[in-house]
Ligand binder design. Structure first.
Ligand code: B12
Ligand code: SF4
Length: 632
């Protein structure tokens, strides 16, 4: 069968998201002819080209009232036009001598994104006199960011560089906003539809698969499906991916199936094998697995088509990038923070070491879903041979292990094997700050680990135990210290607003974080406001966490997405607004503090200085982390 496997716009454009390489490798091994198409990259290259900018300019010309930056863009259009393609080749790593000119800041037009640069000698402080390539990459990214803002503010408010129309799909109980947005035509929607139809003509597939990892991919897939429908082209379309697995499990709005034929859940391999057999008339629709579709004018829901036996993860072939031209991907540097670089810069071969999470207990996490709850590690020898194949195939030795939480035992064996095989790889991934990593840090660094991200979540023992993370602050301090002493960059995920967490506990958390920075345990971090998701232990058992859920009512057409659920703490039922306001001002202060800590600023200040309202003094002793480290 001829299959067109599409990642709709937008995801990050530095490296392909792995669902396409994983599924295409599997389907090719099943004997099918598969084309993998990263439509997000295609869209990016289309917009940021001479032709693309001409189209944008034409649309802006038609507007009667123009913003200050639009006027600037139109006045400097010739320079934008002559510089766009050289900038793209620089960001593709193909035209590196150009960096010298860009770094001098005399070549590119500078819009609003450049304004903060002259404060505190920003460029010199971050890149010095010698970091020409990085400086140029940063400046070129600002130039692209300016153009992104121009599009978002004046032509299509749904557009961002790594997500498109995200809010239309994220936890939206109703399908209506997505439908309504189909009629809002912009240069971006035209680009997407044209690129899709051109590729359809080129490959004339028997089956189209859309992979939807994030909410920011959904609207573009709908645009593509709609363009097919309006041209009355009939090719079966199936959708699946992380967004579907998380948010669409209870979908009951039949209008969705006017665009897509099959909605498929969890790992795609087995359901696709069955779907293809069905489309080839080798079985009937009762044998479809984890697939929702329309039968006799009714939706066959997920529940009626599940199976307990998946293809064992040990037998997974790993990804294959064949057919994706990696030299066209774009490396950007949005902020000069080493962790952000991992996300948006350079090519990383993506690999899953273990299906699901070995801990699967954290109460805020979607542990009831298959992609977290079904834990199944790969064999070390299979991982090594997949790595070798990927290095041959891509010529790249960087790996991103995309596990939810890489398991310590497997990491130990893998590191030993990498060293034994003398594989010169560079890798990073997400971890739980499990005590065992303290003793593995040097081994990991020797095996090529350069960065880890991991959840500390909160710095309050009471809340940490409610989260059931299975770690203590003392363990986190010791593990992160060992990792950073081994030369590994450590980024911590942090959380505030967990049910019953008090202002005092939030301030204490910040004090722990401050001390982790001052003791050089962590280098970077990010605060997330707690959100209750339907598939987490908190969402499943709200009373245990002293909250009351306030789910959206089911819309008259039926339910579309369900993920985060609005809630109120039982103690705040009478005045939910006050709690919201409290979390807003706490969030502002926490983020301000963290931003400064990452840049080494304010580390000796009392943590109360970051808040614009009065907060209590931290109850944690200022030497607690030092004490933990000394005792280890
Ligand atoms: C690593 C990771 C990241 C990394 C790297 C992302 C990247 N661009 O490469 C970082 C940290 C940057 C990240 C960021 C975000 N992430 Co993230 N991320 C993950 C994680 C842990 C692994 C993703 C992965 O590589 N999986 C490996 C691939 C092979 O698996 P897969 O995509 O699921 O594909 C399989 C199946 O889904 C299925 N399938 C896939 N496509 C299709 C298509 C068809 C037709 C079929 C039948 C089957 C099918 O088959 C595949 C093979 O079995 C997942 C959770 C998870 N375990 O999947 C979350 C996850 C995908 N992320 C999520 C989110 C929300 C985000 C953010 C939007 C967070 C934010 N608010 O900023 C951003 C968006 C980034 C962007 N726009 O690019 C959610 C998405 C769920 C949702 N609500 O829609 C997930 C599921 C986690 C969660 N529960 O919150 N993420
Ligand atoms: S938060 Fe991380 S460690 Fe905890 S259960 Fe989820 S994936 Fe596992």
């Amino acid at each position: 069968m001829k299959i067109l496997l599409i990642l709709p716009p937008m995801t990050q454009v530095n490296t392909p998201y792995p669902s396409l390489p994983y599924l295409s490798h599997f389907l090719r091994n099943e004997g099918h002819e598969v084309t993998q198409l990263d439509l997000g990259l295609e869209l990016f290259l289309e917009i940021f080209s001479v032709k693309g900018l001409n189209t944008l300019r034409h649309s802006l010309d038609l507007k009667s009232i123009k913003s200050e930056f639009e006027v600037f863009f139109l006045e400097n259009f010739t320079t934008y036009q002559s510089t766009i393609e050289p900038v793209i080749t620089l960001l593709q790593g193909k035209n590196l001598t150009l960096a010298h000119r860009i770094a001098r800041r005399q070549m590119l037009p500078e819009g609003p994104r450049f304004l903060p640069l002259d404060e505190y000698s920003f460029l010199e402080n971050n890149f010095g006199q010698l970091g020409i390539q990085d400086k140029a990459k940063y400046i070129a990214t600002l130039y692209i960011d300016d153009l992104n803002d121009l599009i978002r503010d004046n032509l299509d408010s749904r557009f961002q560089l790594s997500r498109y129309g995200e809010s239309l799909a994220s936890s939206q109980s109703s399908f209506q906003s997505l439908l309504d947005n189909l009629s809002i035509k912009t240069p971006i929607t035209n680009f997407i539809e044209n690129l899709f139809l051109e590729n359809l003509q080129k490959f004339s597939p028997d089956l189209i698969l859309f992979s939807l990892p994030f909410p920011g991919n959904v609207f573009a897939s709908l645009l593509c499906a709609n363009s097919l429908k309006s041209k009355n082209i009939k090719v079966p379309i199936a959708v699946g991916g992380g967004y579907v697995n998380t948010e669409l499990r209870e979908l009951s709005d039949p209008r969705f199936f006017q665009f897509f034929d099959y909605l498929m859940f969890d790992d795609g391999e087995l359901p696709l094998r069955k779907l293809i057999a069905y489309l080839n008339h080798q079985c009937d629709d009762t044998e479809l697995i984890r697939t929702s579709f329309i039968k006799n004018d009714c939706i066959v829901p997920l529940k009626q088509s599940t199976t307990p036996n998946d293809i064992p993860f040990k037998k997974n072939f790993g990804p294959s990038y064949q057919g994706l031209d990696l030299s066209r991907y774009i490396s950007m540097m949005e902020v000069p923070n080493p962790m952000h670089r991992m996300w948006s810069d350079l090519h990383w071969n993506k690999l899953i070491l273990a299906h699901g999470c070995y801990w699967k207990k954290c109460t805020f996490c979607d542990v009831t879903l298959d992609y977290i709850g079904r834990y199944e590690p790969m064999e070390v020898q299979s991982i090594i041979s997949i790595m070798k194949r990927l290095i041959d195939e891509t010529g790249q030795t960087g790996f991103h292990f995309v596990d939810e939480a890489a398991p310590p035992q497997l990491i130990q064996k893998l590191c030993e094997a990498i060293i034994k095989e003398n594989l010169p790889i560079t890798w990073w991934g997400n971890f739980r700050f499990d005590e065992r990593f303290k003793h593995l840090a040097d081994l990991m660094a020797d095996a090529g680990c350069v960065a880890v991200t991991g959840g500390l979540e909160v710095g309050s023992p009471r809340v940490l135990s409610m989260i059931d993370k299975g770690i203590t602050i003392e363990q986190v301090a010791n593990v992160t210290k060992a990792l950073s002493q081994a030369g590994i960059f450590v980024h911590a995920y942090l959380m505030y607003g967990f049910p019953t967490q008090t202002i005092q506990e939030t301030i204490d958390s910040l004090e722990v974080v401050r001390q982790l920075f001052t003791n050089e345990c962590i280098h970077s971090g990010y605060w997330h406001r707690f959100m209750c998701t339907a598939h987490s232990p908190v969402g499943k058992n709200p009373q245990k966490f002293h909250i009351t859920l306030r789910p959206d009512p089911i819309p008259s057409h039926g339910l579309f997405a369900k993920n985060t659920v609005d809630f109120i703490e039982n103690d705040h039922l009478k005045n939910p607004e006050a709690k919201n306001r409290e979390l807003d001002f706490l969030g502002r202060g926490l983020n301000k503090a963290l931003y400064n800590y990452i840049h080494g600023v304010g580390l000796d200040d009392d943590v109360r200085v970051w808040f614009d309202e009065t907060v209590p003094k931290a109850k944690i002793k200022p030497t607690v982390i030092k004490h933990y480290l000394k005792n280890s």
